[in-house]
Design a protein around this ligand. Structure first.
Ligand code: ZN
Length: 634
């Protein structure tokens, strides 16, 4: 079968597929392990939907009912707008855009919607109607604006009836008792009659029914583990879900870091905190992955030399780790994406997030090869590079070294960047508040950018020459100052942490190097380009900024961090933005991509499982509807 990466495109979204290489060659035991871990992953889907907004599941149910039962007579007029809205909601795991966090407003009318609803005997409450249509209601999922109460103005479902100050005080008090536990990671905070109540996400707590299903499948997976260690890890995770005890989650994380050799590995839990303006609440996610042994050699070369990288990094020596502990790194191929990793997915993961575990035990870092590859192959023919790169030299360098540069950047960012550096003694790890994520991503990116132009990588045999680094510099500057603006709506500024980080870095080095023309802004045929003239000097600017951001993190210098992010990372150059959107529109490429999963099925003979099959043929809506049918537990 000819494998197609591009499946379909609508609104600002592209749907892609990824391959699971060599699945057929795995042992039956390994395949079963993947199957049950994948089931455990899919069973948590509705948790994330509910976390994102408390009306999401109700709205999804109505939309699905309409989509699957309406008669063809009604599939006229605004029907296409309805389908478009439905698909966008499915993609975002709710009514808010997955990236901008803004509420998605339907392009069909209220009247049309009412006609659809009444034709199939459904009802939709006044409240739900206004959640769907009224642009002021539940209008932003995560608010990061430091001038407003970020808790009461965010539409996520992590808090009810509390102000930002109350939440901050509540968790400060907890932290004073025990500053290790990731307090708040697995609960909703509710204030009723003046009393604050914490609703824990656990078996027999909030989200009990999907958790019960997750547990059922984790228990089945236990039978197919590769080692005692892996068996132990899953058992601790099971206990965590049963009790909600966060110290067990830490224990699980510590054991999970140590498992670097299992062929099949997974993440399943309340993990990333980007969905909460204050960064306490973990959005539910899961991935299952298969170790790619060949490619992992590249990452282990980096991690084996972690101390060298730490010692030679351009940060102030007082903030270097004397001993970099257990930075492990591997390259994997994903077998399933779920929760907050689906369909929009990261290309690398570095966990756990708890600062004290990272300091004492290190972290595990993975690059997701088959996703990076799918992005790369699907974009080759898009014409984007030709549009935004200034010269043929830049284009051919990117064609030749862009992919390896990209992979290596991810490896350096995940394996070494996040794990490097240390806090000054007594500094609060939450001191940077709503700027922490952006600054942390910037720190890891700068670490990668600094080292991707280092001869050490040639000595280690990882890259053939520094053209790889140059290709990555071209691409980073192009993206940070131009290309990523294609993801921002006209008139808006940048909200998302990773995007803020990229503009922060690119704009800062552009400005600092302006007098020496380290990067120049060029206009050709009325089009703006940024061109790197001096790669060595650019590298030393990256070093300067890395040093400063490490200082900000180490000292918890909130004001300096805030100034960097607000001055460089947030505000979009309006004129360039308009131009870039026009140029991009002509290319007709949706700026965001998400991935469909393959479908796994047990093959049985005489009631015995003899194989697990894998297929790729599903369409976007079919996959989403199947998930709703088979994995709705809320
Ligand atoms: Zn990162």
């Amino acid at each position: 079968m000819d494998f197609k990466y591009n499946v379909e495109q609508f609104a600002d979204l592209r749907i892609l597929r990824y391959r699971v290489p060599n699945f057929e060659l795995l042992s039956l035991r390994n395949k079963k392990m993947i199957y049950y871990l994948s089931e455990a992953a899919l069973c948590g889907r509705d948790i994330l939907w509910d976390q994102n907004n408390k009306f999401n599941l109700k709205i999804r149910n109505i939309l699905e009912k309409i989509y699957s039962t309406i008669s063809d007579d009604y599939k006229v007029g605004e029907w296409d707008d309805f389908v478009l809205y439905f698909k966008r909601i499915l993609f975002s795991n709710g009514i808010h855009h997955h990236y901008s966090m803004d509420k998605i407003i339907p392009s069909f009318s209220k009247d049309y919607f009412n006609t659809l609803i009444s034709s199939i005997d459904l009802t939709c409450s006044e409240e739900l109607m206004s959640v769907i249509f009224d642009s002021n209601k539940e209008n932003k999922r995560v608010v990061l604006d430091s001038n407003v109460d970020v808790i009461s103005s965010s539409a996520n479902n992590f808090y009810e009836g509390l102000s930002q100050q109350e939440v901050e005080e509540y968790y400060l008090a907890k932290k004073n008792k025990d500053n290790r536990i990731s307090n708040g990671l697995n609960s909703k905070l509710v204030k009723i009659n003046g009393k604050i109540e914490e609703r824990i996400w656990k078996l027999n707590g909030m989200y009990s029914s999907p958790i019960e299903k997750i547990l059922e499948n984790l228990n089945k997976a236990l039978k197919y583990t590769e080692t005692e260690q892996q068996n132990n890890i899953i058992q601790i995770l099971i206990k965590f879900y049963e009790t909600g005890d966060l110290s067990l989650f830490d224990k699980y994380s510590i054991e999970w870091i140590k498992d670097t050799t299992s062929l099949i590995d997974f993440v399943n839990g309340f993990i990333e905190v980007y969905g909460d303006s204050l960064g306490y609440k973990g959005s539910w996610e899961s991935i299952v992955n298969i170790l790619d042994k060949e490619t992992s050699k590249r990452a282990s070369l980096l991690s084996d030399n972690a101390q060298w990288f730490e010692d030679n990094s351009p940060i102030s020596s007082e903030y270097k780790k004397e001993k970099v502990v257990g930075v492990s790194a591997k390259v994997v191929n994903v077998a399933i994406l779920a929760g907050d990793c689906y369909p929009y997915t990261p290309i690398g993961i570095n966990l756990p997030n708890a600062e004290w575990i990272r300091a004492e035990y290190g972290s595990k870092s993975i690059s997701i090869e088959n996703i990076i590859q799918a992005y790369h192959y699907s974009s080759l023919e898009s014409g984007q590079l030709e549009e935004f790169a200034f010269s043929n030299e830049e284009i051919s360098r990117s064609n030749k070294y862009g992919f390896i540069g990209n992979c290596l950047h991810t490896d350096l960012h995940e394996c070494l960047g996040h794990g490097s550096g240390k806090l000054k003694e007594g500094v609060d790890q939450d001191a940077l508040k709503n700027y922490a994520s952006t600054l942390e991503e910037a720190r890891a990116d700068l670490f990668a950018l600094y080292y991707i132009m280092d001869d050490k990588l040639i000595d280690l045999g990882i890259i053939p020459n520094l053209e790889v680094g140059k290709a990555e510099y071209d691409s980073y500057i192009r993206n940070g100052l131009i290309v990523q603006l294609t993801r921002i709506e006209s008139g808006k500024n940048i909200e998302e942490s990773h995007m803020r980080n990229r503009q922060l870095i690119a704009k800062w080095v552009y400005e600092k190097g302006e007098n020496e023309e380290i990067i120049s802004k060029k206009i050709k045929n009325n089009k703006t380009y940024y061109v790197v003239n001096d790669y060595c000097k650019l590298r030393s600017l990256f070093a300067d900024l890395l040093k400063e951001i490490q200082r900000i993190k180490s000292e918890g210098d909130f004001e300096a961090g805030k100034a960097l992010v607000e001055n460089y990372g947030v505000i979009v150059d309006k004129d360039i933005h308009i131009e870039v959107l026009e140029r991009y529109q002509k290319l007709n490429i949706a700026p965001y991509a998400g991935f469909l999963n393959p479908k796994y099925e047990l093959v049985k003979e005489n009631n015995e499982i003899v194989d697990v099959s894998l297929s790729y043929g599903e369409s976007f809506i079919d996959q989403m509807m199947r998930y709703s049918k088979d994995y709705s537990f809320l």
